[in-house]
Design a protein around this ligand. Sequence first.
Ligand SMILES: [Zn+2]
Length: 394
Amino acid sequence: MTEKLFENDAYLWECEAVVTACEPCKNGFAVELDKTVFFPEGGGQLSDRGKLGEAAVTHVAEEGGRILHFCDKPLAVGSTVKAVVDGVVRLDHMQQHCGEHILSYAAWELFGANNIGFHMSEGLVTIDLDKELTPDELAQTEDFANREIWLDKPISVSYVPHTALDNYTMRKKNTRLTGTLRLVSVEGGDICTCCGTHPNRTGAVGSIRIISAEKHKQGQRISFLCGRWALEDARRKNAALRKTGQMLSVKTEQVPDAVQRLKGEIAELNARLKEKTMALYDAQLPQFLSTARVLPDGSRFVVVTPEDTGAAEAKLLLQKVTAMENLLVGIVYEAGGRVNYMFGHSDGVNADCREYCKKANEIFNGRGGGKPDFAQGSGSSTEDWQQKAHTLLM
Ligand SMILES: [Zn+2]
């Protein structure tokens, strides 16, 4: 049985320990110690990383009552090793986990919302609430939680029998737990049964930032970051926003307005481009139609291979041709290093576009399909893609 030093002192990140077992496993060696400062993944908190002597510890897990340190090198059973936890990683996890308690408490205390799920992964933490909070309520929750941090309240760990839980006002009472329970308490604030490593004072969490909130089942999933992770995130986003402002030659606060303006300009240019393209197609239409082949049912089949065409323009051309009477059309164009094709026909034409698409698939070694009145696909491009396209008429 490994003595869990991390349970009583979350700031003890080094110790001397004796190796009691070392077994080869999938990605290295599973090492057991007589005592450890390494927190094994659990209760929503991620595993510690660090070193055991010269061996790197990549993960720690509690399996069947044993704490296993997964290492890249074997260690001699009976030897004494120096166990060193990566303090940056540990403090990150302590900040996120403690922040999770504080934020959950704020949502419960202010709006009676219960935390029913907690998930921590590298760089992102989420809690699930059993009710949805409005943006204003979320801001109030965030403010309240940060104030708990700025007041730098003491945090204590205590051990109580499960029968004593009724003596505490707690947001989350797990009635399935029995025996001696570990309570993590913020003075004048949150009390919660928890196995994680927490700082001694709330101030160590630094800050809490809600990143997003989205509807989840009957309630809400809130993504947030604390401490160093919150700082890193803000720094990254600030840099992105500053760069965007420089590209648009506006101050960062003016970026949304500038983007809105740009979107308007693009929409206007697209409308003008569409108009010009339609006029160009109108002018080219007689030439396209002159190459049409008459099908057995009397309808005409035309293959058009416009240059410098994108999917949106090809679609416009297809609509233009199929709006005319008695036509089946194949539009073949090159874009993004591929030959793309689409087939459609006028109302009343008795042709199956999928058959023509299949033929194009064969010609261009491509893939695609659709419905009897519309089919599309794409294949490999070659120098002579336009000549190949016209073999569709044969
Ligand atoms: Zn906890």
